[in-house]
Ligand binder design. Structure first.
Ligand code: ARG
Length: 467
């Protein structure tokens, strides 16, 4: 492996011996950076045009290189690119192949660029597409929630705090909460995409290059909206990858909360929803089982996505400028996180769409557990009772009802009046769950009219992300 032109190794001139086998095995990255072929070839195409503009390539050489890069893309697209064991990384493999195809002209493409700016450019391009794709997949999940909310617009449900029944809500209100959580998740990918949308080719190894290559030309070719303002920053920084990972980790955590709720709803203890057959699995031993595996895996996958973020944070911590080989560790966490979300999002979207809810169980749970105690206290407030006192009094009402084994509406009006003069016969009106929901008619609250308006906004948000 001493001749760099007949291997995928891009160095060797100053060495008398090839690399040790273990050292080589440690450094080889074709196993994962091959996923960057599309971006690498796009950068090379832009580079061929730039080298032509400055006169390093003549017309025929440029055309030969661009033609060969197109053929190379076809090989990759059909999984037929012939990697060899001498290929250290995807950049070297492509150069080796170009030299095999074109002879010396293949070796001209390396002028004025470095794998340092190449890999930074490739990963930015890859992340840019990944952000777009994930925003679209999030939009699909939002749309599934919108459809379910629409189909169950006025169904009652218990709203929880501390996993204890708190106040009644509309099921649609609960379902639409996810649309807004997911909308912020999508927004984080959009933000990350906007910030990483900078071209870095032309930075060379770290300081720029001497040939007169124009960084702005690469931005034009590759569709970046601007040029990275500092070549050292351009080759050294991976905070763009951290942002994609952090958006991924936060999304995975959102999805894990959803997964957990689906698991809970599908238990016989809750019995609020049933997951469709296509998104459930059976047990190999217990014939009666119907398990919400997709929801569980969605919950479980959050661990590895969070791990990917922590892995790259740890790699970058205290790394001196500019490029260090440690940076090769940036790719697998990003690929794994995005790949995981690519698997999870469609599966959990299908699961949400497949849910069938149990109207009676939800309605029964929405009224149990003294869920209207807050309403009663707020009614006392409208009658001039300080809330502190009202809270106390209603606490006594609840204690009394509990001791009698009835809900609030089961108490004798005289007993109620005995606890506080403001607890007259009219307060019974506060014990109706539909009334309680209708009273919460602020724009973001659970009244039917409010949720209808939220539904319109949620639909628009989903559509914007589905794009
Ligand atoms: N495989 C390397 C990476 O992923 C490419 C850049 C190598 N640069 C270098 N100076 N060795 O970061």
């Amino acid at each position: 492996m001493s001749d760099a032109t007949d291997t995928g190794r891009l160095w060797g001139g100053r060495f008398t011996a090839g690399p040790d086998e273990a050292a080589w095995a440690l450094g080889v990255s074709t196993g994962f950076d091959r996923h960057l072929w599309r971006q690498d070839l796009a950068g090379s195409r832009a580079h061929a045009h730039e080298l032509h503009r400055i006169g390093v390539l003549d017309d025929a050489e440029r055309d030969a290189l661009v033609g060969a890069l197109d053929r190379c893309a076809e090989l990759f697209a059909t999984d037929g690119f012939p990697f060899t064991t001498g290929d250290e990384d995807v950049h070297g493999a492509i150069e080796r192949w170009l030299v095999e195809e074109l002879g010396a002209v293949g070796g001209k493409l390396r002028a004025g660029r470095s794998r340092n700016d190449q890999i930074a450019s490739d990963l930015r391009l890859w992340c840019r597409d990944a952000c777009d794709e994930l925003v679209g997949l999030i939009g699909e999940l939002q749309a599934a929630f919108v459809a379910q909310a629409e189909a169950h617009l006025d169904w009652l449900a218990p709203g929880y705090t501390h996993l204890q029944r708190g106040q009644p809500v509309l099921l649609s209100h609960h379902l639409l909460a996810y649309v807004w959580m997911l909308d912020r998740d999508a927004g984080r990918f959009r933000d990350a995409r906007d910030r990483l949308d900078e071209s870095v080719l032309g930075s060379g190894a770290l300081s720029g290059q001497t040939l007169g290559l124009d960084p702005a030309a690469y931005a034009d070719h590759l569709g970046f909206s601007r040029v990275a303002p500092n070549s050292m920053d351009a080759v050294a920084s991976r905070d763009f990858a951290l942002e994609v990972l952090s958006a991924s980790a936060i999304l995975a955590v959102t999805l894990s909360r959803l997964g957990e709720e689906v698991v809970l709803w599908a238990t016989s203890e809750f019995g609020f929803a049933r997951v469709g057959d296509a998104f459930s699995t059976g047990s190999s031993i217990m014939p009666q089982k119907r398990n919400p595996d997709v929801a569980e895996l969605t919950r479980g996958k959050a661990g590895r996505v969070i791990g990917n973020l922590v892995a790259l944070l740890t790699t970058l911590k205290a790394l001196p400028l500019t490029y260090d080989r440690d940076l090769q560790e940036d790719k697998e966490p990003v690929f794994d996180a995005v790949g995981t979300l690519r698997l999870v999002l469609p599966a959990i979207t299908g699961t949400v769409a497949s849910l069938t809810f149990d109207r009676d169980r939800l309605a029964a749970a929405s009224v149990g557990g003294f869920a209207l105690a807050t309403d009663l206290a707020e009614e006392l407030v409208t009658r001039g009772v300080p809330f502190r006192e009202a809270h106390e009094v209603v606490g006594e009402v609840v204690r009394l009802a509990e001791s009698r084994g009835v809900d609030l509406d089961g108490l004798d009006p005289e007993e109620l009046a005995g606890l506080h003069p403001a607890l007259d016969a009219d307060v019974a009106a506060r014990f109706d769950v539909r009334e309680a929901i209708a009273r919460r008619d602020a724009v973001n609250a659970t009244a039917l009219g409010s949720v209808r308006e939220q539904l319109d906004r949620a639909r628009a948000a989903a559509e914007a992300n589905r794009g």
